[in-house]
Design a protein around this ligand. Structure first.
Ligand code: ZN
Length: 491
């Protein structure tokens, strides 16, 4: 197959052929969760998007080092730059050690990711464990003249930077727009200009999370951790930097400025952003009453939910939209996704019921080509899913004998379907798993028993043949005899 993987690069605003800096190695950094609250719907989309990218790159033969950070120092609200760190605040209110808060929510995030079948990244660095690296980078930026110290804090000098490089390259904003959109919340600021941002903040007396530095006892600024940790684990120039579109400005813009100020060039070759999730057409927010945690979604425990939605329904729903399109959550859309996923899984199960013929009237390469071309085209998962749906129809025709396939082609078809459905799209057959151990256990055991039953029937050992069928029925497996064998399904 001659198609090449292309990826939309936010930095250049076009789809580019993917060419790693040091093939077959690929370095990928994705901004991970801030762990001061339950994982919610907003976490599902970047997690699934970059999991798909990770899985697809690996299937193309790349050796991927995927770094996804844990923000446990606490991002300050970007419009309340001087406020208290959220993890500190929660810890103070609940009389906990800040690391207890961070650990608790990190665990919950991991459980939600496991449920969504999101693979663990290669490295998951914590911001609090990389204060030394962040201080070193702040020092470099100061030494290069792109930052200034003010009353124990260090700020990035945007004007100075903008004289030599261009601030706003990623988001396409210029300084005038940024000035017009920056609100100064209080006049106490030590900053020279409203758009300068903190690299190091001196901690207020009530601030619990603090570390010593050359400038003050304090904590690193909002954007430092990603610049410092990506450089540490992926080097100063790496392939992919990802995250949600909401992080493009100011977070990623500031990361680019920091890396460039420290080392003279930008860190990532491809900047990749997933679009956001809305709920019934509205942005998700605590104040709007439509903030849904993943746990509530899986349990159906929220007034906006008509029923529970399984983790795979959520994953499938996310994959059914292209990652750069908007995605609106509604009960209708989720119920449609649930039905679609069920149809796809039934198709996968039906593969086991096809009996091979002497010749083929179908060509499994067609499915492989379509899936590959779809994902090569900037990870077009909805197109890949639509190819799989077309083949669910073909599979059903093969089961019914309306089409024919040879043993070798059937093996190939099974391989292609399993690879795209389970390994690349990362779906799981929740029903088979719930019925006890999953397909890998149930199918071979049932096939083994049915094979023994066939032998018993051939030997006219009717009591044994009936005993096997009745035993399977009692276990919830319905056996349907046909002229040339039998079908079975889990009831
Ligand atoms: Zn980040």
């Amino acid at each position: 197959m001659e198609t090449k993987f292309t990826l939309y690069n936010t930095l250049t605003r076009r789809k580019e052929e993917f060419e790693p800096i040091n093939p077959p190695h690929v370095g990928m950094y994705v901004c991970g969760p801030t762990v001061y609250g339950d994982p919610h719907l907003g976490h599902a989309r970047p997690a699934v998007t970059f999991d798909l990218l990770f899985r697809y790159l690996r299937s193309l033969g790349y050796k991927v080092r995927y770094v996804r950070n844990i923000t446990d120092v606490g991002h300050l609200e970007h419009d309340a730059d001087e406020g208290e760190d959220k993890i500190s605040k929660k810890a103070r209110l609940e009389q906990l050690e800040p690391m207890e808060v961070a650990h608790y929510y990190t665990e919950r995030y991991h459980r939600a990711m496991d449920a969504l079948n999101v693979l663990s990244p290669s490295i998951e660095p914590h911001a609090s464990g990389h204060i030394i690296e962040q201080i070193a980078m702040v020092r470099e930026i100061l030494d290069n003249g792109f930052a200034y110290e003010s009353n124990g804090s260090v700020y990035f000098d945007v004007d100075k930077y903008n004289e030599k490089y261009r601030y706003g390259r990623l988001s396409g904003r210029n300084l005038e727009d940024i000035v017009a959109n920056t609100r100064e919340l209080d006049g106490q600021s030590d900053k020279r200009r409203s758009y300068d941002f903190a690299l190091w903040k001196k901690a207020a007396p009530e601030h619990i999370m603090r570390w010593p530095s050359p400038w003050s006892d304090g904590f690193p600024g909002w954007h430092m951790e990603c610049s410092a940790m990506s450089a540490k684990y992926l080097g100063r120039r790496f392939d992919i930097h990802g995250g949600g579109m909401d992080l493009m400005f100011p977070h990623h813009e500031c990361e680019i400025a920091q890396s460039t100020a420290a080392q003279g060039y930008d860190s990532a070759k491809y900047w990749v952003h997933n679009n956001m999730i809305t709920i019934n057409g509205r942005k998700m927010g605590k104040s709007l009453g439509n903030f849904i945690t993943l746990e509530e979604l899986f349990a159906g425990r929220h007034e906006l939910l008509a029923q529970p939605y399984s983790p795979m329904t959520i994953r499938f729903f996310v994959l059914q939209a292209h990652y750069r399109s908007t995605l609106d959550f509604s009960n209708e859309a989720l119920q449609a996704a649930e039905k679609g996923l069920d149809r796809l899984m039934k198709g996968v199960e039906a593969l086991e019921k096809i009996r091979p013929s002497a010749d083929s009237t179908v060509d499994p390469s067609e499915l492989e080509t379509r899936c590959r071309e779809a994902l090569d085209d900037d990870l077009n998962s909805p197109m890949a899913i639509s190819a799989l749906f077309d083949w669910v129809r073909v599979i059903n025709q093969l089961v019914e004998g309306q089409q024919r396939i040879t043993e070798a082609d059937l093996e190939r078809l099974r391989g292609i379907v399993h690879r795209y459905v389970f390994e690349i799209l990362g779906l799981r057959d929740e029903k088979a798993a719930a019925s006890g151990g999953g397909r890998d256990l149930v199918t071979p055991l049932v096939e083994l028993l049915l094979g023994m039953r066939q032998t018993a029937k051939a030997e006219k050992n009717w009591p044994l043949a009936d005993k096997i069928r009745d035993g399977l029925t009692a276990a919830g497996i319905r056996v349907k005899d046909r002229k040339d064998g039998c079908d079975w399904e889990i009831e």
